[in-house]
Design a protein around this ligand. Structure first.
Ligand SMILES: [Ca+2]
Ligand SMILES: [Ca+2]
Ligand SMILES: [Ca+2]
Ligand SMILES: [Ca+2]
Length: 990
């Protein structure tokens, strides 16, 4: 049954790529030996640069790697494709300009006065800039400039785009016609028509153009082989594949879960007066008529609470899928069809209402009625948010996104841009449902599965915890049906709704590539019973319930429950604290500060498969499970608030004092700020870095929980120049064909972040390999440390000349740590047909059955000698990082928290300090909870004010003091407006 044609095709490929010269067949394995001397990144010295709080501050974080711009030559050696180093872009006016330390406004001003234009910030201490004259003389004229390097094509390519460029380089024949959609970001001030012409002359077709304050965005159709040319266009600063939007439903409200009921009853919070926005497939019949739409969206008087439906596809706002109606019900359905009495604000636990049953809904229907896809989402998400904000909404749920493996894409910049420009607008995103357990530790969900825009900095990213509903909906366990995503214990046998402190296995995990914790928070996302669209089929749901309600699950369901909670918290801030327009940072801080730490989770308190390896915050649960009740005052818990709209400038510091009256309950503090939009080239990256600290009564200074500082990224590649006889990898189990590469980290310990490799095959399809990490035994492969089975690679790019197909596979890691050399090896996965994603067999064509061909003709499938940064002769590429710092200040996240389980009583000082303010001033919010009160002693004289009265116990007098250190620009000559701040720092008095 041997396919001789396929055999010859692949023999040809081997010849083209000069593969045999470095490849030695050894038994059944191919082994590739690296030249370890070529792997060393620059040696590390920290001398020239003022460090602020970052240990790595001389490095730029670009393209998921770190480089010292003073020694860019060293970095460029790892890029063999000359065109990506420069070409036309070298003579362009766009550069990366790095300052010598934390950004000083006078430096920026001096350069701006000289005509320099600033674009995206790149950590550390650098910006993409446009320089009107000669870059070298600019640097010579200003001692505060550390380095200037060109904005090279290589830096413009997203990880996936770079893979496409590499794939296209394998294609030897004529370039195929435009076949794929990409998003291009261009600098905000370019001549759009001129750039359009350049893009078109590179062969691409422009399908859409949008413009926001911060950038110009093109959606183009291009073949991957055109990307190299497009990356040469100076005005184009970022290239990524167009997002493939999907709903995050995975194929509850209630006491003890979201803690909504208690809070609602105590404070009378039901969402009244709050306008919430939902962007989703559609809502029921697409009508705002209360007699037509689902009764659960009526108000207590029989009118409608659906204020507006925007039909962004143009085929009706109706919901033929069922997702949007279900999501909207979780936000603000009132359970009228299941026993509630909205007129009396009576929402019993048994009714199926959402979190904010009296909120008003603004709905954006983006579902396409024929494809059931989300075709109505605009390329520029600013458009989406502006439409709903203009309609009055201040809280916005988005249970959709694209798979991104934790990357920060152009759409994340949109979210952060809108939040920066509209600091009163709270945006929620579902984290995604890409949580799988395919790599060790088996029995522990893998990292790096966050979707985008969920990876943006300023949204509230919501993961899914389990509901408490063991006996209804879907009662099967995660591993049911042999689902390979969750095939290992203790996840395999666990059921989906039996532990409110358990994570839903599918919930996407962090971190983001710039190191940020995500998700921010969790809420129930399994077996959620909510409103059912009249037009949706049973097949859309986890399980049917009745004509009015149905079960669904996913982070899609967790996000709207949290969105409704945000509406309640916002209502609280407006009605009880007199803050007419609370910032989204304050809403987020209040929500996160009430989160319940789910550690250790549902799989025991010890061992490798402990669900939450650390207390919150972490990359699994974020800050924990949302609880409205714990976010609000109750019992002896008071809440102190700061919503500072003027912010902190470079070198600024603001201190607040408060008193802990009793240690009967924990003291918790959160600092949250809406950060300036980050650059996709830097995977986001913190632009303005504030630091939170608390000085205890005994003068000990407390710093944030689980702080992070970025490690130095090492990029390890192997080269073909070492021709020594390669070692044989010891028994890897069922080895049919394999290859190993030895890597030598320049810095240890090194945490492995990603392994990339390419495959070529005679036929397109999905191929599976096993990936091994082996110890080093005196230069030879030693014991197997890890085995990752069934790594899927999609092979579909075809070379028109040889007819061969290519694919690139990237496997993200986040656990392994090496103190010396190690080996990475790959082999074909031999029992492919037994464990396939989705549990179904692939279409088996002649010659396409992996297993079948192993025994007869393994030359049909070869390892391609490739790595993303070099043209040829490289087997495997590894990205690793040094350990992130875990004590002291955090320089990665725009949320910081401090907690004391049993705080000393007495007077505390809380400090918010500008560690590096690149685009200031930076507004912020602080929330403190505990048995606390504003400072009453010592003086200054208390300032009496009258609070907004809602209930009798909320009137009284308070006092507070503030100390402020002089700040370079913002606060030097500015007096503090005590009255304004008093309004923002209020404690409920009983
Ligand atoms: Ca529609
Ligand atoms: Ca795992
Ligand atoms: Ca469970
Ligand atoms: Ca910080």
């Amino acid at each position: 049954m041997k396919n001789s044609r396929a055999f010859f095709r692949c023999a040809l490929i081997i010849a083209i790529l000069s593969f045999p010269s470095i490849l030695v067949q050894s038994g059944e394995m191919f082994i590739l030996q690296p030249n370890s001397s070529a792997q060393n990144p620059p040696t590390l010295e920290f001398s020239a640069i003022k460090s602020a709080d970052s240990v790595d501050s001389r490095y730029l974080f670009l393209s998921k790697k770190t480089l010292d711009p003073v020694d860019e030559e060293q970095f460029l050696k790892t890029i063999s494709r000359e065109s990506l180093k420069g070409g036309k872009a070298i003579s362009s006016p766009y550069f990366v300009l790095q300052f010598t330390g934390p950004i000083q406004e006078e430096w920026k001003t001096a350069l701006k006065n000289g005509g320099v234009i600033f674009y995206d910030y790149i950590p550390s201490f650098a910006f993409i800039v446009k320089i009107p004259g000669d870059a070298k003389s600019l640097k010579d004229a200003h001692p505060f400039i550390r380095a200037i390097i060109p904005w090279r094509p290589y830096y413009k390519l997203s990880f996936d785009s770079l893979n496409d460029v590499n794939l296209s380089s394998f294609i030897k024949g004529a370039a195929p016609k435009p076949s794929k959609e990409y998003i291009l970001l261009c600098f905000r001030d370019v001549d759009i028509d001129a750039v359009r012409k350049k893009i078109e002359s590179a062969g691409a077709i422009i399908n859409n153009t949008t413009q926001s304050e911060w950038k110009i965005k093109f959606r183009i159709a291009a073949s991957p082989s055109m990307l190299e040319g497009i990356s040469q266009i100076p005005e184009v600063y970022w290239i990524e594949p167009a997002p493939q939007w999907k709903m995050f439903n995975e194929r509850a409200r209630g006491a003890g879960v979201c803690d909504v009921d208690t809070a609602s009853q105590t404070y009378g919070l039901y969402g009244a007066g709050q306008i919430v926005a939902v962007t989703d497939s559609g809502v029921d019949k697409g009508s705002t008529d209360p007699n037509v739409h689902h009764a659960d969206f009526k108000n207590g008087a029989g009118g409608s609470r659906i204020a507006q439906i925007f039909d962004l596809v143009g085929d009706g706002g109706n919901d033929k899928h069922g997702h949007g109606t279900h999501v909207a019900g979780s936000v603000c359905g009132n359970g009228l069809k299941s026993g509630s009495n909205p007129a009396a604000h009576n929402y019993p636990a048994a009714c199926h209402s959402g979190s904010a049953p009296e909120a008003t809904l603004v709905f954006q229907a983006v579902g396409n009625n024929s494809t059931l896809g989300l075709s109505g989402i605009p390329d520029d998400l600013n458009i989406l948010f502006k439409q709903t904000r203009d309609a009055g909404a201040r809280v916005h749920n988005n249970s959709w996104g694209g798979a991104a493996k934790g990357s920060y894409l152009g759409n994340c910049q949109d979210v952060d841009e809108f939040c920066w420009n509209n600091k009163d607008y709270t945006i929620l995103y579902a984290a995604g449902n890409e949580g799988v357990d395919m790599i060790p530790v088996l029995g522990m969900i893998d990292d790096f599965s966050l979707g985008a825009p969920a990876s943006s900095k300023n949204c509230i990213t919501v993961g899914a915890s389990e509901n408490n509903r063991p006996d209804s909906g879907v009662t099967s366990n995660y591993g049911a049906g042999g689902d390979p995503r969750w095939a290992n214990e203790p996840i395999k046998s666990d059921t989906k709704s039996n532990n409110v402190n358990g994570m839903a296995a599918f919930s996407s995990r962090g971190p983001c590539w710039d190191g940020r914790y995500k998700p921010d928070i969790c809420a129930p996302g399994t077996n959620i019973l909510s409103t059912r669209s009249t037009e949706a089929p049973d097949s859309s749901f986890w399980a049917a319930f009745n004509a009015d309600y149905a079960f669904m699950g996913g982070t899609s369901m967790a996000s709207p429950l949290t969105c409704g909670m945000c509406a309640l918290l916002r209502e609280y801030l407006v009605r009880y604290r007199g803050i007419a327009s609370p910032s989204s940072a304050l809403v987020k801080a209040l929500l996160l500060n009430g989160a319940v730490d789910m550690a250790p989770g549902q799989y025991g308190a010890t061992g490798d498969t402990k669900e939450q390896p650390t207390a919150a915050p972490n990359d699994i649960q974020g800050w924990g499970r949302a609880s409205v009740q714990k976010s609000l005052p109750g019992g002896t818990r008071n809440i102190l608030l700061v919503d500072n709209p003027t912010g902190i400038a470079a070198n600024g510091e603001i201190k607040y004092k408060f008193e802990v009256k009793n240690n009967d309950i924990p003291l918790r503090a959160k600092l949250v700020w809406t950060d300036f939009p980050g650059s996709p080239a830097a995977d986001g990256g913190l632009v303005n870095d504030l630091n939170l600290s608390i000085i205890q009564p005994d003068n000990n200074v407390l710093t944030p929980l689980n702080p992070r500082r970025p490690g130095i990224v090492q990029h390890l590649i192997n080269t073909p120049s070492d021709s020594t006889t390669p070692p044989v990898i010891p028994n890897l189990g069922m080895v049919h064909e394999g290859m190993g590469v030895r890597f030598v980290p320049a810095q240890t310990p090194m945490i492995l972040k990603m392994v990339n490799f390419a495959l070529v095959a005679a036929y397109p399809g999905e191929y599976y390999v096993d990936l091994f990490i082996l110890a080093d035994n005196q230069g030879m492969p030693g014991d197997i440390i890890w085995k990752v089975t069934y790594v899927k690679t999609v092979i579909q790019a075809q070379d028109p000349t040889t007819k061969a197909y290519f694919g690139i596979c990237s496997v993200p890691f986040n656990i392994l740590s090496f103190n010396g050399p190690f080996h990475v090896a790959l082999q074909w996965s031999y029992d492919i047909n037994t464990r396939l994603i989705g549990g179904t067999k692939p279409p088996i064509k002649t010659g396409n059955d992996f297993h079948y061909y192993f025994d007869l003709d393994y030359y049909n499938f070869v390892w391609h000698p490739w790595a993303s940064d070099a043209a040829a002769d490289l087997g495997i590429e590894v990205i690793g990082t040094g350990p992130t710092q875990t004590t002291g200040n955090d320089s990665v996240n725009n949320v910081e928290g401090i907690e004391l389980a049993a705080p000393q009583t007495g007077l505390y000082t809380i400090s918010v300090k500008g560690n590096n303010i690149a685009q200031g001033p930076q507004p912020f919010a602080v929330v403190i909870s505990g048995n606390v009160a504003p400072e009453t002693t010592p003086t200054p004289t208390p300032i009496p004010i009258t609070l907004v009265q809602y209930k009798d116990y909320l009137t009284g007098k308070i006092s507070f003091t503030e100390q402020q250190k002089a700040s370079a620009d913002l606060n030097k000559d500015k007096k503090i407006d005590i009255a304004d701040l008093i309004k923002r720092i209020l404690a409920p008095l009983k």
